[in-house]
Each structure stands twice: as structure tokens, then as C-alpha cells.
Design a protein around this ligand. Sequence first.
Ligand code: ADP
Ligand code: AMP
Length: 214
Amino acid sequence: MRLVIMGPPGAGKGTQAAMIADRYSIPHVSTGDIFRKNLKEGTPLGLKVKEYMNKGLLVPDETVVEIVKDRLSEEDCRKGFLLDGFPRTVAQADALDQVLEEMNMELDHVINIDVAKEVLVERAVGRRVCKKCGSTYHVKYNSPSRPGLCDECGGELIQRDDDKEETVTKRIEVYLEQTKPLINYYSEKGLLLSIDGGQDIAKVGEQIVKALEI
Ligand code: ADP
Ligand code: AMP
């Protein structure tokens, strides 16, 4: 299965992507995770994307497309993949089409998680991630069994730098301007599965599985 999951920041893409990747045994390819890993390791790519990420802006298309192209050509993506956080602009979507065409592949579905704007800030600001394994929690809606510690690996839970309210608001603006047009883009191609992301995590997951398995 070759999938894209899209939606505004804080919609629940990463949370559902972990479930989908596990259920269908496909790699979860998150451009945000790739950038954060590079930032943490202080690589040249990390240095290049730091400013954009901290300001809540998009990393330039050429940089993101190159990273995704390399990642999709890895062996584990032959059996399928789930792209999370990419594409985020029409230019990225066009580039993805071209990359897939060169690889003789096509997308099967684009899952769009629809969530009211007012809910997004609360979700993103309350997000906590494990410093060690990257698992995602929420202080209110998905709290760990031991406060501040990851259920998966015991690692410390931290707030992302770009999850401060001001940056989240900027990221939502950027989404509305640059990413939302992709809803029409994929709808016109007949690929879009729209999911109501306003319900709890388990219910959103059930809707996604149902839509994928129709
Ligand atoms: P995204 O990858 O779209 O930015 P995440 O999956 O990281 O979003 O989710 C953002 C925050 O909201 C996380 O703290 C997550 O635990 C929480 N969350 C995700 N889905 C839901 C939901 N359906 N209801 C309540 N909180 C949710
Ligand atoms: P995410 O983890 O998807 O919320 O992404 C975090 C940040 O990484 C974004 O705010 C951007 O700065 C950057 N980023 C991730 N994916 C992309 C993309 N496809 N295009 C441009 N910037 C991206």
C-alpha cells in the first residue's frame, strides 16, 4: 500500500501513521522526523533546516524533495510506504508524482485528517514526544502511565521547540496557505479519503482502517 497522510499541524497524522504503518507493515516516512533527527545529530541538513523549523516555516521544496526521493528508493519502501508531512505544497506533490512515475509506482490513497482550527492549537501545544524513541503523547488526551516518561522505552518526554503556541499559530497559517490546496489536488485525482479527526484517537483510527479497506 502506498499512502500519504495529510492534515494541519496537530491533526493527529503522526499518531495515526504509527498505527497504520504497524497494521500494514509499511515504513512510516515522516519528513518532520527526518529533519528532527538531523537537527539532533547536528548534520549539515540539520543546520540547513533549523531556522525554517524554528520559525514554523516550510523547508524549501528542493531540499525536501531530494530527501524523500532518496528515502523512497530504499529497499524497505518497495513493499509500500506511508508518507507523513509530505507533500506540503503543490510543487512537492508534482515532484512526488514524477518520482513515483520514474519508479513505476502510483499512490493508492491520500488520507486527509480534518480537524477544526480551534482544536489544533490545544493538541499541538499539549503534545509531548519521547526524546529517545520519538513516541507521541498528549498531556490530556493521551498521557503516559508514568508522568513525563515514555511507556515504550522509559525515555524522557519533552515539548517540541515548534510546539510553542506562537509557532503553532504560524504553522497553521502556513498550512492554510500552502498545504490546504492539496485537498483539491488529490480529490481531483480521485485519491482522497476524508476522515473526521475531531473524535478520539481510537475512533479516528477505526475510520481510517474502514476507509482503506472498503
Ligand atoms: P500531527 O502529526 O498531525 O502534527 P500528532 O499525531 O503528533 O499530530 O498529534 C498532535 C497531538 O494531539 C499529540 O499530542 C497527540 O497525542 C494528540 N492527538 C492526536 N490525535 C488525537 C485525537 N484524535 N484526539 C485528541 N488528541 C489527539
Ligand atoms: P512536522 O513534523 O510534519 O510537523 O514538520 C515539522 C517542520 O518540519 C515543519 O514545520 C517544517 O518546517 C518542516 N517540514 C516537514 N516536512 C516538510 C515538507 N514536506 N516541506 C517543507 N517543510 C517541511
